[in-house]
Write a protein that binds this ligand. Structure first.
Ligand SMILES: [Zn+2]
Ligand SMILES: [Zn+2]
Length: 366
């Protein structure tokens, strides 16, 4: 029997185990992908540490690129109608709404779906088991939207985009970057870097990044940030707010994006915004503690706060991400978002290196 290796998490803070599963038969409408790259998301680190609970045992990995290995009966094209063949390089949507609940049917808002099906977050106890990208193969059940990847996009460019870029596309289309907006981005991880590229292409005037890591500051500048406020230089919130005001004609930014995952920056973001401004909170996706804020900054400055979260369930975002990358891959160093690559067997080293912030973003090559 042919076996497939996968990295399995058996509980919070337990090391990943490499386990073997039988190569599944492919049912009607399903697709089996050979995983070429699986990037590690910040969410995976939260799951690993137990800050976000999943059903164990679980094959993590919701980001990735693969090649079609087997197609079930009836599969002839990708989600856009492009003919699909074995060997094609594809991405897939890692969240599927049920189509039947209150949110899906009445609200027509699949992001609120009460019975979402996930890849990379669910139990792998039952066959066909292979439901995450930290594996040699992933089994895509019937109904999973699949998109062919344009030839000019490398796996390094596409893999991290399958989560962070689509999250940022949804967020920025919600808050709307208006022509000549001054934009402050708190944090230059993958979300923040995509935020720079998208904000500029959507018409921003100045993009100002607030960051502390030298590695990420360099990346932000390579992505075309107009200014970087280095936390090592501007040490207090007051100094940073003052600097942001100086850079925005004394008023403060029109739009602020929280991309750090650290709620401690929110009070500072509220101080920065001009009257009135928009503030998108999109980085903090796991329980990270309480913060105190000054509510008059919201009321008296008429600030509008928006919450954003992962948006793969809006499958159109995957198409937008691929088209955006296809057009702008030569303009921004998207291929540098993945800074280190590891073999599947090195998954524990990869996760720990990311946690210690020794690497920008890591990817597995099963
Ligand atoms: Zn993710
Ligand atoms: Zn639903």
């Amino acid at each position: 029997m042919v076996e497939v290796k996968a990295a399995v998490l058996t509980g919070p803070e337990k090391p990943f185990e490499i386990r073997s599963f039988p190569m599944p038969e492919v049912e009607k409408g399903a697709v089996l992908l050979k995983v070429e790259m699986a990037s590690i998301c910040g969410t995976d680190l939260h799951i690993y540490r137990g800050r976000r609970v999943v059903s164990y045992p679980s094959i993590l990995g919701h980001e990735g690129v693969g090649r079609v290995y087997r197609m079930g009966e009836g599969v002839t094209s990708d989600a856009t109608g492009n003919p699909l063949r074995e060997g094609d390089r594809v991405i897939f949507s890692h969240v599927i709404a049920c189509g039947k609940c209150y949110y899906c049917v009445v609200r027509q808002d699949p992001q609120g779906c009460l019975n979402r099906k996930y890849y990379g977050y669910a139990s792998c106890k039952d066959p066909p088991h292979l439901n995450g990208t930290y594996a040699e193969y992933i089994y895509l059940s019937p109904g999973t939207p699949i998109f062919k990847v344009p030839d000019n996009l490398s796996n390094e460019v596409v893999s991290p985009a399958t989560c962070a870029l689509i999250t940022m596309i949804e967020g920025l289309e919600t808050v709307k970057v208006e022509l000549a907006d001054n934009v402050v981005i708190q944090g230059a991880g993958a979300l923040g870097l995509y935020g720079i590229a998208l904000a500029k292409e959507m018409g921003a005037y100045k993009v100002i990044v607030v960051e502390q890591s030298d590695f990420r500051i360099r990346q932000a500048l390579e992505f075309g940030a107009d200014h970087v406020i280095d936390l090592k230089e501007y040490r207090t919130p007051e100094e940073r707010v003052k600097r942001v005001k100086e850079l925005t004609g004394g008023f403060g930014p029109d739009l602020i994006l929280e991309c750090t995952g650290s709620p401690s920056v929110i009070a500072e973001g509220l101080e920065m915004g001009r009257d009135p401004s928009r503030y998108l909170l999109i980085g903090t996706a796991s329980e990270a503690g309480l913060v105190s804020i000054n509510p008059t900054r919201i009321t008296l400055k008429r600030m509008r706060l928006y919450g954003g979260k992962a948006a793969a369930v809006h499958h159109i975002n995957l198409l937008k991400a691929l088209r955006f990358l296809e057009r702008h891959v030569d303009k921004y160093p998207f291929d540098k978002i993945i800074s280190h690559k590891f073999r599947l067997e090195e998954v524990n080293e990869a996760v720990q290196a990311m946690e210690r912030r020794e690497v920008g973003k890591a990817a597995l090559r099963p």
